[in-house]
Design a protein around this ligand. Structure first.
Ligand code: ZN
Ligand code: ZN
Length: 178
């Protein structure tokens, strides 16, 4: 959603909009979070006002992301509920040549007559996603031998004990036998 800078007043305004899935998914894959994609538009509620040339935004976004579990490879959905708050300051011509604080999400510069809120808020939604997609904390993943999904499909393969103390015992046994 684009806002005209001259329509942002000192009075707080409120707005709701939906950010399209396609644009956000492009950002997700370029942000190095390709394990997730959005399956429905992101619903965004935002309040905003100005103080001089500084523009203040706060609100929250809600949506649903779909991920592929890094352990069992099953798809799962994850609700997105991310509050956000940021300030945009008009870039002065002399500052345009300086390094802009683009890594600092809470404080950024804007130029021109329009603010596009979709990438700014989309960034917050993306940041709220975990860096690694796992369907649940205790996902047992796939059997390394037969590929069975161990959450739903326990197989007969001999599994390596996950407890390191047991692993030591398992490694020690053949040596004591020989
Ligand atoms: Zn899983
Ligand atoms: Zn197996």
């Amino acid at each position: 959603m684009k806002l005209r800078v001259d329509r942002i007043t000192e009075e707080t305004s409120e707005s709701s909009f939906e950010a399209p899935v396609e644009e956000l998914n492009e950002r997700l894959s370029s942000a190095g979070t390709p394990d997730f994609r959005l399956v429905q538009p992101l619903a965004i509620d935002v309040r905003y006002y100005r103080a001089g040339e500084d523009l203040y935004f706060e609100g929250h976004c809600d949506g649903v992301a779909e991920g592929q579990c890094a352990r069992c490879l099953e798809s799962f959905s994850l609700p997105i509920a991310a509050p956000f708050e940021f300030v945009l300051t008009r870039a002065q011509p002399r500052e345009a040549t300086q390094e802009l604080h683009t890594d600092d999400l809470a404080f950024s510069f804007y130029t021109g007559d329009e603010i596009d809120l979709t990438p700014l808020v989309g960034e917050q939604a993306i940041l709220s996603l975990p860096t690694r997609a796992v369907c649940r904390e205790d996902c047992r993943g796939l059997c390394p031998s037969c590929g069975a999904n161990l959450n739903t499909d326990p197989c007969a393969c001999k599994t390596v004990p996950s407890d390191p103390r047991l692993a030591v015992l398992a490694n020690a046994r053949p040596r004591t036998l020989s």
